[in-house]
Design a protein around this ligand. Structure first.
Ligand SMILES: [Zn+2]
Length: 322
């Protein structure tokens, strides 16, 4: 009996002992945890850098605005991949932004009632010489205002696919940041997301877009053309196939423009037929939507700007009556 009582006392001591140890451990742990929280909070205070102001504003940089005013906000800065600036300070208007937020610029020359349009760089860096050509034309017209008839306004969209140009100067620079061929994204009557690749460009995968006019670059040019009354336009490409009139089938005024441009430049008309069927092109959409005449015109290679030939082409364009 006495033995049993003694042994039950021992168990009580053991259990109370364990309890005490557990309580002490919990207290110690919580004290340690609080201290370490305070320490890491202090670390944060020390290491958080103060937001820096963006001070450098070169002429070809653009800020994207924010809708939520925030004193700590530093706006992202995007620069045109080929910074281009006229010494006289004539600035382009920005008609829209690419997927990556790069500006799409339009230069305006003259103030006459007859409006003409030149678009370059729709195939980005892959056809980067078209952008180089428009840079030369812009510089030339800016210095030689007599190149422009007095009753004419000329718009030059110097680079319609700035993301493609920024990405690569070869085959990887052709599409926009969604992998879309912008010259197949216009909502012309024959737009398709996919097409038979026989005779067509096949060096990288590409599509006509999730739907017609799905890309911001396409919509920028659509809304620009929609807000003007363009008599005639050239969309520049490279290389070598010649001058393609707009329209399905080719429309008469566009065929006349293509013939006249071919005569002035030596680029082939009719264009070389590789068997490729072109869908959703800017030139087709343009004539279906009020532009008097339009062509896709290819420079002779992927390198040269053919400046002398295209100065003659400019004269043909600016005197063309659809
Ligand atoms: Zn092209």
């Amino acid at each position: 009996m006495a033995r049993r009582r003694k042994s039950s006392h021992t168990w009580v001591y053991v259990i109370w002992g364990l309890n005490g140890f557990a309580i002490l451990s919990l207290l110690a742990f919580s004290a340690f945890y609080k201290t370490s929280l305070r320490a890491s909070a202090a670390d944060e205070n020390i290491s958080t850098p103060r937001p820096r102001e963006t001070r450098r504003i070169p002429p070809t940089s653009y800020f994207l605005s924010t809708l939520t005013p925030n004193p700590l906000y530093t706006p992202p800065v995007f620069e045109t991949p080929t910074p281009f600036e006229l010494p006289t300070g004539l600035h382009p208007s920005i008609i829209g932004f690419s997927l990556a937020g790069r500006p799409i610029e339009a230069y305006t020359f003259g103030a006459g009632e007859k409006e003409y349009l030149i678009v370059a760089g729709i195939h980005g860096g892959y056809e980067g010489n078209t952008i180089a050509l428009t840079n030369e034309l812009i510089t030339y017209i800016n210095e030689n205002s007599e190149a422009l008839p007095t009753d004419v306004t000329l718009y030059i969209i110097r680079n319609m696919n700035p993301d493609g140009e920024a990405r690569d100067n070869g085959v990887d620079g052709r599409v926009n940041n969604n992998g879309v061929d912008l010259n197949r994204n216009f909502p012309s009557d024959n737009w398709t997301a996919d097409w038979d690749r026989d005779g067509c460009w096949i060096y990288r995968p590409t599509t006509g877009g999730a739907y017609a006019g799905s890309e911001p670059e396409t919509r920028s040019v659509m809304s620009f053309i929609g807000s003007h009354k363009i008599k005639a336009m050239i969309s520049y490409h490279s290389a070598g196939l010649g001058v393609f009139p707009g329209g399905v089938p080719w429309e008469e005024p566009s065929k006349r423009l293509a013939k006249a441009l071919s005569k002035a430049t030596g680029y082939p008309y009719p264009p070389l037929d590789t068997g490729c069927v072109y869908t959703g092109t800017l030139a087709d959409w343009a004539v279906e939507n009020g532009v008097g005449a339009s062509v896709d015109m290819e420079l002779s290679d992927h390198k040269n700007t053919d400046f002398v030939q295209n100065l003659k082409a400019l004269k043909v364009l600016l005197n063309f009556q659809p």
